[in-house]
Design a protein around this ligand. Structure first.
Ligand code: TXA
Ligand code: MG
Length: 320
């Protein structure tokens, strides 16, 4: 029997019984459990093989609930929440004493967001606790954007994947932390820097590998296929270098003609960055299954969601 189901009441029952359920969000699927259940949270880390130093995002149903999980809300955090929630933005704020240390990896801050997916919201509203939900993939692998991706990863290790269809955004939430009152971007994601700056003015990015990661999702190797992947400005040049190999190509707009190219995916013929973002992880999943020697990925234009796509492609190229 398939663990993939659209039955929200079944998901509610499992979560109330301290089990895990993979849930759809607008960004990627999450592996969700009751934030107050030691058993559920321990099994999130165990199922994902996630190191305990990597804290979890707390998902809440409404802005009213925010005050129960954080102890302070800077003015600019309020503005960002008003502008982007429900939506793909995570705020890292001082935690309230109710949040267990295992959720925050001992940090005094907690990451929070309201997901913008009708089934996730219905589920959260039906529960009397928030859900901790990291992306539903083994640590370091490509995040899942369909129920099938989750099923392929975990099979019988989890009891249920709540199927909400393919994720519309396709890249994880943008994470913003605070230095006092000033917001800082910890992880690029589905809310563009430009959209954020429209709300709070110019913002710093702490997203460089030379600094100790504030968000360990910023570890250099992450979101990685098992096939060797290279990122290039010039696909033809990269193909010429690797022409004796079985090549897969991941391109933004245009198809490539070359005998060495055994499989290729164009992310948006219409030149639409959101369309490309929503298809990115599924494309990496597909490419990774083709038994290729190398995946050649094209670098995206460096603005808007293009920056977030480049960030993920960059991390996909780092070898273990
Ligand atoms: O779109 C998303 O954010 C998805 C969906 C399921 O909501 N979730 C997600 O979770 O991407 P995860 O666990 O794969 O990534 C969460 C990131 C990690 O890099 C973690 O280090 C960071 O959030 N994080 C969590 N709590 C933090 C905190 N208190 N301070 C800094 N970073 C934190
Ligand atoms: Mg993740």
């Amino acid at each position: 029997m398939s663990i993939i189901s659209t039955d929200i009441s079944k998901a509610v029952a499992l979560l109330n019984a301290e089990a895990l359920v993979a849930i759809p969000t607008e960004t990627v699927y999450g592996l969700a459990g009751n934030i107050f259940s030691e058993k559920a949270i321990a099994s999130i880390f165990e199922t994902k093989k996630r190191p305990f130093f990597n804290p979890l995002i707390v998902h809440i149903p409404s802005v009213d609930t925010l005050a129960t999980v954080v102890s302070y809300i800077p003015e600019k955090a309020k503005r960002l929440a008003d502008a982007f929630w429900p939506g793909p933005l995570t705020l890292v704020l001082p935690k309230s004493s109710r949040i267990p240390d295992i959720i925050t990896a001992g940090k005094d801050t907690v990451a929070v967001r309201i997901p913008n997916h009708p089934m996730a919201l219905k589920l959260l509203q039906a529960l009397d606790f928030p859900l901790a939900a990291p992306s539903a993939n083994p640590f370091g692998s490509i995040s899942p954007t369909t129920a099938q991706h989750v099923n392929d990863y975990f099979k019988a290790d989890i009891k249920m994947v709540l199927d909400g269809g393919p994720c519309q955004r396709g890249i994880e939430s943008t994470i913003i932390g605070f230095d006092g009152e000033e917001p800082i971007i910890y992880r690029l994601g589905s809310t563009s820097i430009e959209a954020i700056e429209n709300v709070v003015g110019s913002i710093k990015i702490k997203n460089k590998k030379e600094i100790a990661p504030d968000a360990p999702g910023m570890l250099e190797r992450h979101y990685a296929p098992s096939t060797r992947t290279v990122l290039t400005e010039d696909i033809s040049e990269a193909i010429a270098i690797h022409r004796d190999k079985r090549i897969g190509v991941l391109a933004f707009q245009n198809l490539t003609q070359h005998d060495a190219v055994k499989f290729q995916i164009v992310l948006s013929e219409a030149n639409d960055l959101q369309e490309a973002a929503s298809k990115l992880y599924d494309a990496l999943h597909q490419l990774d299954k083709q038994n290729l020697d190398i995946i050649i990925a094209e670098r995206f234009p460096d603005f808007g969601l293009g920056k977030s796509i480049n960030d993920r492609l960059q991390r996909a190229t780092v070898r273990a």
